[in-house]
Design a binder for this molecule. Structure first.
Ligand code: HAM
Length: 431
């Protein structure tokens, strides 16, 4: 029987791994320079944790199973619930604000499509314990900071920002009951993702009253924050939410990334736990799904049995991002690990052990070294060295009877004779 990889998963051959590391290393660098500390959790948790507050969509995509003790578990589809659980467990010991990041491997039983798989990596940054939207600005800045470092500019990507608080107050102002909001959010989140007829049908099911539906449709057509203010009328909650958004845009301006950011009432987010500012980052040139999504979830810690502490954060997957980096030619910088610094070639089999001894010393000095298992003629070995992209060759030939080596620069083609002890001494002193 020929065994195949499971649908929606990926194999990482060395060149794929180099790309994955290129992405993940950049995520980690950006997190660290933005002041976040790394954390991780288990890859499975109790199933109930994801059924409680993440919403129906994620709950329907879980890889769930029963363990031998008849406990219902699920592979993590996101890490935010784990983060909330972990923070709650040590809430009194952790200095606040908590700024943490993680790069978990996640699984969702989605229909595999361009940019969406069943197993993927997702960079998360979260700030816990800051009420002001300065924390939301920092999260957005961190994501954009990474994307700029990766080589993308404001012509390539856009951060679309809205507010669930604003949407909630306007929907309630239109007469939609609070208990219906989650259902309505789930539909509005689909507006740009499904055909218009399908969206209308979903909306009809969620809001049966035609008048209210028209109001909601008009609201969703608004293009600017100024237009939105008109819908808000004198509603105090809506006004506060508009003011918060304005403050956020001011922070983003001060941080120098306003050209990347725009208001978009259509950003609602699929997960149920968001309470305030929400955002998604998109590639401008294509019809791809979001590169990144996040927002404020002020009730999740309390919902998981902890104190009422506010939180905000984001998740960026590696799939859509990978497509964008590939298209822009940025991936060409992703080097397969271990560009060989020294390839050690030996002129005859009798010198093989001397070669091995030198290779071991080069490696112990922290340099990348390799050699040919097969040996054979020097010419063959040098060919192998250049095919492997080696920067230098150490040739062990007749001169070795006087403990001398030949050092060949593979880029310039020049070669020099050097005493072994001197060569090894230089290795230790080099960078
Ligand atoms: P999310 O919108 O479900 O949010 O996912 C965030 C990002 O993860 C997406 O924009 C996408 O890049 C990536 N992603 C999601 N599902 C898939 C998939 N099946 N295949 C490939 N990539 C995918 C969350 O997960 C929130 N927990 C983020 C967050 C953290 N909010 C606050 N803190």
């Amino acid at each position: 029987m020929k065994i195949q990889a499971v649908k929606g998963t990926r194999d990482f051959y060395p060149e794929d791994m180099a790309r994955r590391n290129f992405i993940v290393d950049g995520w980690k660098r950006a997190s660290i320079r933005n002041g976040f500390l790394e954390f991780d959790g288990p890859i499975f948790e109790y199933l109930a944790m994801y059924q409680q507050k993440s919403g129906d969509e994620i709950a329907s995509q879980l890889f769930a199973f029963e363990d031998r003790g008849e406990r219902m578990l699920a592979i993590r589809p996101e890490i935010t619930p784990t983060l909330a659980r972990m923070v709650n467990q040590r809430i009194n010991a952790l200095p606040r604000p908590i700024k943490w990041f993680s790069v978990p491997r996640l699984c969702r039983a989605e229909r595999p499509q361009k940019g969406r798989l069943r197993e993927f990596f997702q960079w998360n940054v979260d700030i816990i314990g800051v009420d002001d939207c300065l924390a939301d600005a920092e999260v957005i800045f961190c994501a954009v900071d990474y994307l700029i470092e990766a080589g993308l500019g404001s012509d390539d990507i856009v951060v679309r920002i809205s507010s669930r608080r604003l949407l909630a107050s306007l929907l309630e102002y239109f007469g939609i009951e609070e208990s219906q909001l989650d259902k309505v959010y789930a539909v509005l989140d689909k507006k740009a993702k499904v055909p218009p007829e399908a969206f209308e049908k979903m909306l009809e099911e969620a809001i049966t009253d035609a008048d209210k539906r028209v109001k909601v449709m008009n609201l969703m057509a608004a293009e600017t924050l100024v237009e939105l203010e008109q819908f808000a009328g004198n509603d105090e909650n809506a006004k506060k939410a508009v003011d918060e958004l304005k403050r956020l845009f001011e922070y983003l301006n001060v941080m120098g990334i306003s050209e990347f950011c725009t208001f978009d009432i259509g950003i609602v987010r699929g997960l149920a736990y968001y309470t305030g500012i929400v955002f998604e980052i998109y590639d401008k040139s294509q019809q791809l799904r979001a590169i990144c999504g996040g927002g404020r979830y002020d009730n999740l810690l309390a919902d998981f049995g902890g104190p009422k502490i506010t939180a905000t954060g984001m998740g960026m997957g590696d799939c859509v991002l990978g497509i964008v980096l590939e298209e822009k030619g940025i991936f060409s910088k992703a080097a397969v690990n271990g560009v060989i610094e020294y390839f050690v070639a030996y002129a005859e089999d009798a010198l093989r052990n001397d070669a091995l001894n030198i290779i071991a010393k080069i490696r112990r000095a922290g340099k990348i070294a390799d050699f040919s298992y097969k040996g054979g003629g020097l010419g063959k070995q040098l060919k192998q060295a250049s095919a492997a992209g080696a920067k230098q060759c150490v040739i062990i030939g007749q001169e070795y009877s006087q403990k001398k080596l030949i050092l060949k620069d593979m880029i310039k083609g020049e070669q020099v004779e050097i005493v072994e002890s001197e060569f090894l001494g230089q290795l230790k002193n080099a960078d």
